[in-house]
Every structure is written in structure tokens, then in C-alpha cells.
Write a protein that binds this ligand. Sequence first.
Ligand SMILES: [Zn+2]
Length: 902
Amino acid sequence: MRCHWASALLGAVCAAIALGASAQTARPAAGVALDLASRRAAVVSDLRYDLSLSIPDRVSEPVEGAVDIRFQLKGASSPLVLDFATSREHVHAVEANGRPTDFDFVNGHIVIPASALSVGANALQIRFRAGDPPLNRHEDFLYTLFVPARARESIPCFDQPDLKGRWTLRLEHPAAWQSVANGPEAERVQAGGRTRVRFAETPPLPTYLVAFVAGQFKVETGVRNGRTMRLFHREPDAEKVARNVDAIFDLHATALEKSEQYTAVPYPFDKLDFVAVPAFPFGAMEHAGAIVYTADDLLLDKSASQAALLNRAHVIAHEVAHAWFGNLVTMRWFDDVWTKEVFANFLAAKIVTPSFPGMNHELRFFLDHYPGAYAEDRTAGAEPVRQPLANLADAGSLYTAIIYLKAPVVMRHLEALLGEESFRDGLREYLRDHAFGNATWDDLIRVLAPRAPIDLAAWSAAWIDAPGRPTVRTELQAANGRVTRLAFRQKDERGRGLVWDQRLKVAIGSTAQPKTVDVLLAGPVTEVEDVRGRAAPAVVLPSAGGWGYGDFVLDRASTENLLRALPRIDDPLTRGSAWVTLWDAVLGERIAPARFFDLGLTAVAVERDQQLAEQMLADLTTTWWRLLTPQQRTARAKRLDATLRRGLAAAPTATRKAAWFRALYRTTITAATAQWLHEVWAQRVTIPDLPLAETDYTRLALELAVRQPPGWRDILDTQANRITNADRRARFEFVRPAVSADAAERQRWFAALKSVENRRQERWVLEGLTYLHHPLRAAGSRQFIRPSLDLLEEVHATSNLGFPASWVYATLSGHNSEAAAEIVRSFLNSQPPDYPKHLRNATLAAADMLFRAARIANRADGRAPAQRSNARLHSPSAFGTANPGEGYAMTESLASGVGAKR
Ligand SMILES: [Zn+2]
């Protein structure tokens, strides 16, 4: 409810609420509550910030600042609340309209008394000490990261997306530093060992998009289509920069051009710079005019995989597309954050496709989105695409695989329903109507509804407002070698009676070359009339075409034929669809993991498509560590090594070799291969046509250390000395105690994480946790699970968005025992009823693979399942698996900076 309490039309009810609201305003809750934000948005307009910050030479000294906030106010009968989630001591002085003001400091807010304000123009001047956490300060650089509502932890502001302001930024910093911000540089003066920079006023921006970066950076300049762009980076390897820099500028230029064409709106901001930050907590962040990327995502190694090249193109296109979706038109509240993410991804897919000719883009879209979306959506912790959000303090929990991976699938289905042009025209209208303003999903539905052939509100209720996916069962009957009936039955396993109507592309016929039949899945049962009387098929695959979204339960013959002959399927997209469907069947306990593993090893050995081979290797790695028993692993260890070594030798390119090599060093448990890897690491053996970079040797050293060969400590010492890049060296030094063979050293490393200071480098923490909980160390690291879960609330309160979920994933990534599963269940059961729902769900999602693994292991042992302590965790709806960077695969995704979060 939005109560316009200052308007002249107050009825009795609204007036009563207004009184309550005023009282609340004087004591605002912590965070940024929806009711506070709604009231402020109703009365504050024409907002301008003039922000000055002085960054000292030493990181130990505080950043001092002043901000001049000007705005129009509709009513001045209530106190005005600013957000500044620091402490009272951080506020030096507040002036309102030229006079010193007696303000209150309440729950991280500065409350200005109504008596100091006037209707119409107001100006506040605040001198303050900036809060450090969102400034990410290092010895010789810093970068801001204010998303989703963390500007308030550093500077006083109205920290909500629908109070957009024009920002002028003045920085003072060490003379040798570079700096970049949203606006173009207007003035730069050097004096007394310091540099003063003023950045020109920006167009209206929400606080979460405001950013600056300052420090020891090198600057590369590129001109494309008459536009000058700059890349700021800290990479000392000049050859690495030279190898990447043109591609980086080209990719940005292409993304800009294609976005302008699609939206019919020129790039809305004055300039575009980008910064490569080492160990940035997300893939990237779309700060208007100053995008920040994870350095490793932009500056790729020579052996970068196809996936890494694509990821780079996609991340760049995604961030550039945000200039329109998110930056130009912003969600009114973070419950609609998914809209900007889905359209950034949607547009990115259109941008990237033509840049990689010769690549199967349908297969790429399918593999990039479906497995990751399913990994979350099949779990008991799955959230809907659109989630209600009462306070921005919890906005971080909205950034899930669902909004990045499921929402684009949903949007592609919607585009298919409306038609490409009609959908595009709707988006153009939406962008024009709300330029430099805010909009909601309902605003978009209003634009699209007249163009849609179906009831969009009903469609939205299942696809957008509810978690989960349908189970779609094939019902196939045949007699005398002819089909007598084919139907698909969809069911909501969570018992809500939802239907997910959608178009299906059904592959039907021989295993090698099935034909595709279009079927509109509508309502609970869909009969397919026009196949009746045809020859009984070897395979019916309703998930074909990389299109249908659900858990597809195949008929028995189709399952058997695919398990026997999957590699014989000609079309890669059909093969990929079948692979993902079989993986669902493994997790649904319809196929034994060992059988799937054996099929996979045969299939990957002959897989011609690089993308699919990488997906297979990832799923095989997960199956290997999480779902096979130790005996099953031992029995297959030599065959696994041999298959991977053969793949490595036969792969035609360095990129493809790298994928095989990674799979080998992540999975091997044989002494012979460990010895060979040691020789490779020691550079006594080279792998023909696979150049290894320093980062490869670092990963290899850590993997070797976990396997504890003689002299493991020397390996780590030598590797530390090999690392020339100071940032990477610091990361290595941080992580290495987590791989130590000395249990006491690992304990100390974990204990140190209890202090927030040791959790600031979030990627380092996640990498260390993943090694700490390496499957080979699972029995010894089980003791850390409960303390990690107990810390979760505090981790949530002190970290960037997405980190709490990643924290749990990393913690559980190496475990598959009933004992570990019981620790998680017992933790969840012992929480009070008001334990934050998003943390409970994040835990359930992260634990999903563990629960399944424990259940499957019990079954393989022939033991009765352990006593179930919580029925909810084991109800049919509790089925699920994990993250895109799931399980042990996470080491790689972290190390290469490829993550679901952007
Ligand atoms: Zn994004």
C-alpha cells in the first residue's frame, strides 16, 4: 500500500495510517523498509547530490566526506529520514537549509526534524566519516559496490531505487592514483601530493548504480564507432593485456550498437568506461558509465576455454544491455530486480549469437540456462522469479539462479507466444514510457497484454510468482508396432495445482534421427493425436529442442534406449536435451548414478560438441564425487583417468584440451595420475599444445596439496614464489592453509573466518571453503558444517549479496554422507520460527544435492534410510540439486571467476 499521506485528499482511514506513519518515521526500522521508501518516494523529487570524498594515502585512515543534498519536498509536517547505516559518531554535522540542525540518529538513519524543512526546495549539508565496507578499500586501490542498498553503509543518502538523483562527485586521492566514476571527468588538479577530481553531473541515477574506483590502475583507451572508451586494470602481464584488449573494446562496441538497434533508444549515458577489479565479488556490476568486471573474466589466459570466451562476451553484453534495462528504466523496488536481469540476459543472448558463428546457439542457451535453473528450481529452497520484499536489507536474497537462469527461459517462452517483433515493440514502448524513471513488472505486462494471445496474468501466476516446475510424464501405448496413444501429463509435485502451459518440441522416432513434433502443452493432460497409428518410436523426448521446461519423466523404453545409445543421436541439441533429461532422472532416483556415469564416460569420449562435452564433464565430476560410493569410484578410477587422458591427447585445440585437463586434475584419485600431475606442475613434463598459465599452476598446486603427495608443503611454497601478481599471490596465501594436510592448520583457518575482517575477500573465502570441504577431506571437515550454518545470519548481515548462499554451497560442496545431511537437518530444525526465510531457503537449496546423495548412498548400501527428522525436507517437493557452479565444480567456477551472480 502506498499512502500519500501529505496529499490534501486524506480520508479518515488514510489519516490514521498517516499518524502511525509519522510516528514510525521518527523511529525508522533498520535497513530500508518498503513503507519508509514508499512515503519518501511520494514526497521527495528533483533530487541532486553533490558528494565530496577525501581518500587518504593510508588505508588505515578514514575517508572523510561531505554531501550536499538538494530536493523538492511536497510536505514538511513530518521528519525526513536519510539512510546512513554506520554509527552516530560517523556524522560530524548536519545543516538543513543553511542552519545547523539537531538531528536524531536512529537504526542507521539520520532523522531531520520537520521544523528544519520547508515545502518546496530544501538543501541538506552533511559532513561525515564514510563507512568503509562498501568502499572495498585496499592498500593501493578501492572500488565502491553499493548494490542492492549499501550506499547507505558508506554515505548519507535516500537508498532506494525509485529516488533517482543527479550526482556530482568530487574525489581527492593520492596523486599517483587513477580514478573513474559514473560521470565524465570534468576537472583534475594535482597539488601537494594529492589529486582532486570533479566528475560531471550524471543523469538521474538510483543509489545502487552510483560508483567510483580509484587507485593504482593502468588505463587502456580504445575508440570504436567514434566513441572513446577506457579500460582500467591492474594486470602486470603486458602480454596478457595486449592479447585481450582489442577484443574487450570490440565486444563493448558491438553490444552498444546491437542494444541501440534493438531498443531504438541511443545509449543513454555520457560515456562508457570499464574497470577490471581482481577478485570482484560478482562477475560484474553495471554501474552507469563505469562498469566493473572481475579481472579474470575479461583478461583471459591463452588456454581460455570456449566457455570462458563465451562467458566474457555474454557478461559484457549483459552489462552493456543494463544501460537500458535497469539504468535507464529502473525497477521501482527490488522485488522486480529480476526484470532488469532477465532483459539484460535476453538482449545479451541476441547480441552474442552472431559474434560466434559456427557455434550452436540454441544448444548454448539451453546449456547456459536450463541445468542451472533446474538445479535451483527442483530444490525445496526454490524461490519464485518475483518475490515480495519488505526491506532492502534483505534484497541480496533475490539474486538467485532463478532470476538469472530461469527468468530468461520464461521470457523466451513469452517472446515465442507473442512473436519476436511484437515483443520487441512492447519493450520499446516500455523503455520510452519510463526513460530515466522507474517501472514495475505489472507496467510491462500492461504494455504486452494487448499483444498477447493468452491471459498474461494467469500465465504470470505460474511462471513468475510461483517456484518450481512441472513434472511432465510421457504416456505411450503401442500395439502391433503402432502407436495407439501418446499423451503428456503435467503435474505440480508441490500440490498447488499449477499448470505451466508451454510449447514443447517433441523428438519422436529412431534414437539417431528422431523427427520433431510441436505440441502445445495445455492443462493437466495433452493428447498428441497426429502420431496415432505411426510406427512405435524408439524414443519420445518431450524435452527436445532445448525448449520445454520441466522434469520430464520418460517412458521406460525411451529411457533404456537413451542410456544405451545417447552418443548415436545425430543432432547435438537433441543429444544435449536428452543428457539433461537423464541427469534429472538420476537426481529423481530413476536411474542409478553408476549407470549414468558409465554412459557418460562412453558418451563424452566421443562427444563432438565442445559445449556439450564440457557439460558432460561437469556432471560427471559431480556424479563422481557426490553420487558414487567410494567402492564405485575405486572400481572406475583407472578407466576415468584413461578416458580423460585420451580426451586430453586427442582434443584438437588448447581450449578443448584445457577442459579435459581440468576434469582430470579435479577427479583423479590414482597415485599414478597424481604423480604425473606433479611432474606437469614441476614443469618437468609438458602437455603438447596446452600452454599452462600461472593460474593453472596455482590450481594444480592446490589440487595436488589436497591429495597430500610427499612434499606437498614444498609444492605450495614453490607455487607462492612463482606467483608474480601481488593480488593473486595474496589470494593464494589466504587460501593455502585450507588445503593443508595439517588438520590443526585447517581448523585455525576456519576459526579465523568467524571474524568479519577475514571474510572481506569473499571469493578467496569461497575458494578456501571449497578446498576445506574437498570430497577427499569430507570426513574431517564435517565438523565445520554446523559452525558455518550457525554463522549464516551474521555472514548475511556483513557481506555482499549472493555471498551467504555461496557460503552454504561451498560449505556443503564436498559432502554426501548421511551424517552431513543430518547436521543440516538438525540445524534447520533448531532454528526459531522467525529464522529468515531466505536463509532457510538458501540452505535447503544448497543442501539439496547433499540430501539426494545421502539418500542414494543409503539405497546403494541397501540400508534403510535414516530416521527422517523433518518430513518437509523429504517430501516429493523437496527434490532438487544445486547451483550452476555446483559441488566440486565450484572450484573452477570461482577460480575462473565464472559465476551465476552478475
Ligand atoms: Zn545483471
